[in-house]
Design a protein around this ligand. Structure first.
Ligand SMILES: [Mg+2]
Length: 212
């Protein structure tokens, strides 16, 4: 069994991170409104890039990029308190070789967050992709020669899970719903609120496959 786990809003409390992140800019005199507007502007061009965001803020508001960069460096040096407490359970419960973080987004920003979260020593691989997740999963499985292994994907985003179900119904899909605003996936095998529930599901799956 290979377990692909999404990062943002699944393992990691992205709202909590966002508060820390935004406060750095607010302390330097940018209003929350302007910050979010500029964030959306950067995102409009595709995936979020911190470098582009800083450039835009410098051009529009003359921020002190050096101070902000220093504060960001401190923030990114330890983000372990943004990892949901139940996330550590799954990271210790299954062999490292079976756990893969699969995150969608811009490589350098995601990488900074994931490394800062301190979860990487617990997983076999971290994959950051801008392709469709199913494509990335299939590529990885092929490259590693795991043709017969069961694939599990745990993700919060309904659209990712629905696409996976459509493309490969053999993948076991589990939607992580951390908050009420999350759109519910129409086609996912399970819906859970935390990794305690995921562990129970996967234990059952393991029994099923070993009984074959
Ligand atoms: Mg996510």
């Amino acid at each position: 069994m290979k377990i692909f786990i999404d990062f943002d809003d699944t393992l990691f409390d992205s709202n909590k991170f966002k508060r820390y992140f935004e406060n750095i800019f607010i302390e330097e005199g940018i209003s929350r409104g302007n910050l979010r507007k500029s964030y959306d502007q950067v995102k409009e061009k595709g995936v979020y890039s911190l470098e582009n965001h800083l450039r835009l803020l410098r051009l529009n508001f003359g921020i002190n990029e050096k101070i902000i960069k220093e504060k960001l460096k401190v923030l990114f040096s330890d983000l372990s308190n943004c990892v949901y407490s139940d996330s550590w359970k799954i990271l210790g419960r299954f062999p490292k070789k079976d756990l893969i973080i699969l995150s969608f987004g811009q490589h350098s920003f995601q990488r900074k967050k994931i490394i800062g979260s301190k979860v990487t020593p617990k997983v076999f691989r971290v994959i950051i992709t801008q392709k469709r997740k199913i494509e990335t999963i299939h590529e990885f499985m092929k490259k590693c020669g795991y043709s017969r292994e069961k694939i599990v994907l745990i993700d919060n985003r309904a659209e990712f899970l629905e696409k996976i179900e459509k493309a490969d119904h053999k993948v076991l899909t589990i939607q992580m719903v951390r908050n009420n605003s999350e759109k519910i996936a129409k086609h996912a095998d399970y819906r859970v609120k935390n990794f305690g529930e995921v562990i129970k599901i996967l234990k059952k799956e393991e029994k099923k496959s070993s009984g074959k």
